[in-house]
Design a protein around this ligand. Structure first.
Ligand SMILES: Cc1cc2nc3c(=O)[nH]c(=O)nc-3n(C[C@H](O)[C@H](O)[C@H](O)COP(=O)(O)O)c2cc1C
Length: 196
């Protein structure tokens, strides 16, 4: 009988699955080729300086290109982005044409794809990477951020299913209009140190 102290891998995965998250697509251009993957392991790190992170599986084809590019973008998906999320999480898809049917525009700084079916976007320069065993923790300095004019329904992920947000009438902070400064770059391109 396994010791109670021993980690049950199924329990580990099941417990993590109970952590509901948003869904984002991280994208980069390397050697003129678009790379993009769906991620849920994305979070803010620091406000000053503005840093975010994504955990990238080292087995993913995306791993080498995003590290090599040194610059990348994040699209925080709206509900309408579910098809794109599924597609960009499908193994073995044709990388050369993977964005052909995914509506997107280009980040002015990184040139990386910004998915249209998103609520917000970030452009980042790799600030630091950390060994996370079978993942690499890629921390990015945020160079630019913006939110979509329309739409306020995020794509969520919980226990391997996509879901929708149900708002409660009571919140901690009350109404929270989007601050105008979110529309402006938070760092000038090329300022600061590190990255490509
Ligand atoms: C909802 C969801 C969240 C995911 N989150 C991550 C993640 O945080 N990091 C990661 O490396 N892969 C994540 N994946 C898996 C990648 O999207 C998937 O392995 C992708 O196909 C890799 O593409 P590539 O082979 O072109 O690199 C996630 C998949 C789904 C469906």
């Amino acid at each position: 009988m396994p010791s109670k102290r021993q980690l049950d891998e199924r329990a580990f995965r099941a417990a993590l699955g109970r952590f509901a998250s948003g869904v984002a697509v991280v994208s980069a251009v390397a050697d003129g080729v678009d790379h993009a993957i769906t991620v849920s392991a994305f979070t803010s790190v620091s406000l000053d300086p503005p840093l975010v992170l994504a955990c990238v599986d080292s087995h993913n084809r995306f791993h080498a290109p995003v590290l090599g590019a040194g610059r990348w973008a994040v699209s925080i998906l709206a509900e309408e982005g579910q098809d794109a999320a599924s597609w960009l999480a499908s193994r073995g898809r044709d990388l050369d044409h993977q964005l052909d049917n995914v509506p997107h525009h280009r980040g002015a700084i990184t040139g990386a794809a910004l998915l249209d079916d998103s609520l917000g976007w970030l452009e980042c320069r790799t600030w630091q990477t950390y060994d996370g065993a079978d993942h690499t923790i890629v921390v990015g300095a945020v160079l630019w951020a913006a939110v979509a004019d329309n739409g306020d329904d995020p794509l969520l992920y919980y226990r391997s299913h996509y879901g929708s947000l149900v708002r409660r009438p009571v919140s901690e902070r009350g109404p929270d209009p989007l601050p105008a400064e979110m529309e402006r770059p938070v760092l000038e391109p090329g300022s600061g140190s590190g990255g490509g």
